[in-house]
Design a protein around this ligand. Structure first.
Ligand SMILES: Cc1cc2nc3c(=O)[nH]c(=O)nc-3n(C[C@H](O)[C@H](O)[C@H](O)COP(=O)(O)OP(=O)(O)OC[C@H]3O[C@@H](n4cnc5c(N)ncnc54)[C@H](O)[C@@H]3O)c2cc1C
Length: 462
């Protein structure tokens, strides 16, 4: 095995250059540990190809050496899908960072898979256009990783998830062959739609190298408000009313009590409105002309549902309100290593779920603490569970919470994917027949299981 690895490293260096094949543990360590610190693996080689042709050769050679590959972008994934938990070779896409000129006529752009979201946003901004998906990991997460996880984020209620932005894709398949369809035609019914298949495939079907994205007109005028609610039910009812009455609605984010108190302590700033509330919404309206009147009138109509409101009209105050949502993840990570359970519930089940989860958790681990927040406009709640003194909680917690989600008809993965964390619980949402069909697709595109063989599909498939 060692000889096979050394031989592969020698061949890879000839393709990508010596400096882009990393073997020493101190150099590979950060590629083998995930953002949360929960998932730690090891790898014999990290390889960083510069373009599609190099990447295809890397895949071919690694397959010939009978080694497995974990594709990795920004390594901000939260389900243990992008780290080598079983000694795989890590194929980092960060050097595939070319941004092609914006097609202003079509309002589209083609980007390399390793371009970070923040860079993509900056690239299209001078054309007064925006990328449809936005999320707090924007400085590190990559376009390829976002497609592979079908990332959601804060604007799904307006523009949809990553899958909805995709007009074309280039990818390297497990045998090193390349599929490319980047014309960006809005109508193109010429057979199976690879972008749809690859969105959410978590690196199991091919390695995305380029994507053609639909862009959206930049909404320069914004109004952001923080709304306080004495009950979770009121926050859910208000979200529904706002979705109906504010055409320029851009985001409806939620922070529940424990998470709000934690983030306020973390950023050393008091809770701006209704400090004794159970839930807070951060609501943003965005349009080409000032949406303040529209949002203010809709909030007014919520009447006694809302107990307190704070409105931000300029950039500085907007950022101030947003940090109570965007810094929650960081605040939790500072406290310890959480189990992150990212779920969606139907609107009618959301309040019941939020009320019951702390008891569901404490039945499995009485020392655990629960912090909840999320994208309420999409019914998406992030349940973060810390064990005693910031340690990991019992594994039983994950199963109990996700079983409860499934019982309420929700999804055990809203936007983070399945990864290695939830693969054995996939049956909670997907039938035996569906999982068998998934396996047939995987087998057709990757018969030797070279690409990310330990994620998404349940273990018995190994
Ligand atoms: C602070 C913070 C906030 C976040 N907020 C959100 C949020 O609001 N919404 C949301 O959806 N997610 C969120 N995430 C999760 C994460 O940012 C997303 O899952 C993101 O899409 C991962 O991108 P990445 O480039 O870091 O991928 P990685 O973590 O590197 O990889 C993720 C998965 O994609 C695969 N992959 C990566 N690149 C490729 C490729 N080119 N081809 C094929 N497979 C590939 C990997 O093998 C792995 O399975 C957040 C994470 C953090 C740390």
């Amino acid at each position: 095995m060692t000889e096979r690895i050394s031989e592969l490293a020698r061949k890879l260096k000839r393709i990508v250059g010596d400096t882009h094949v990393l073997e020493a543990t101190d150099l590979t360590l950060s590629y083998a540990t995930d953002w949360t610190g929960r998932f730690r693996g090891h790898t014999p080689i990290v390889v960083r190809p510069a373009d599609t042709s190099e990447l295809a050769q890397v895949v071919t050679l690694t397959g010939e050496a009978e080694l497995k590959i974990v594709p990795q972008g920004g390594n901000t994934g939260l389900v243990g899908g992008g780290v080598p938990l079983n000694g795989e070779v890590v194929l980092s896409t960060t050097r595939l960072d070319q941004c092609e000129p914006v097609d202003q006529l079509a309002q589209q752009v083609t980007l390399g898979a390793g371009v970070t979201l923040a860079r993509a946003q900056a690239h299209v901004a001078p054309s007064d256009l925006d990328i449809g998906v936005d999320l707090a990991a924007r400085d590190s997460c990559t376009i390829g990783g976002m497609i592979a996880t079908n990332a959601g984020g804060i604007n799904v209620l307006r523009y949809g998830a990553m899958r909805d932005q995709l007009l074309g894709l280039e990818a390297v398949l497990a045998d090193g062959s390349i599929i490319s369809h980047l014309e960006g035609l809005e109508k193109d019914n010429t057979g199976y739609h690879f972008p749809s298949l690859f969105a959410g495939s978590e690196g199991t079907l091919g390695i995305i190298t380029k994507a053609r994205l639909r862009l959206h007109p930049h909404m320069a005028e914004r109004c952001t408000a923080m709304l306080a609610f004495s009950t979770v039910d009121d926050a859910v009812a208000a979200t529904s009313a706002l979705r109906r009455s504010v055409p320029s609605l851009h985001a409806v984010e939620v922070v529940f009590r424990a998470a709000m108190h934690l983030v306020s302590e973390h950023i050393d700033s008091s809770i701006p409105v209704g400090p004794k509330s159970d839930a807070w919404l951060i609501v943003e309206a965005a349009a080409s002309s000032d949406p303040t009147e529209e949002l203010a009138s809709a909030i007014d109509k919520l009447g006694t549902l809302v107990t307190d409101v704070g409105v931000a009209l300029d950039g500085q105050h907007r950022n101030n309100l947003w940090q109570y949502r965007e810094k929650v993840t960081e605040a939790i990570s500072v406290k310890g290593t959480p189990h992150k359970l990212d779920v969606t519930l139907g609107a009618s089940k959301l309040a019941e779920f939020v009320h019951q989860v702390p008891s569901v958790v404490s039945e499995q681990d009485e020392d655990a603490s629960v912090y909840m927040f999320g994208h309420l406009g999409d019914g998406n709640v992030h349940v973060n569970v810390l064990g005693k003194d910031g340690s990991e909680p019992s594994e039983l917690v994950d199963e109990a919470v996700l079983e409860y989600v499934a019982k309420l008809g929700g999804s055990i993965s809203a936007e983070h994917g399945v990864g290695s964390a939830k693969r054995d619980l996939l049956h909670l949402n997907r039938s035996h027949t569906e999982i068998s069909a998934f396996r047939l697709i995987k087998h057709a595109l990757d018969p030797h299981r070279v690409l990310n063989p330990h994620v998404l599909l349940p273990k018995e498939d190994s």
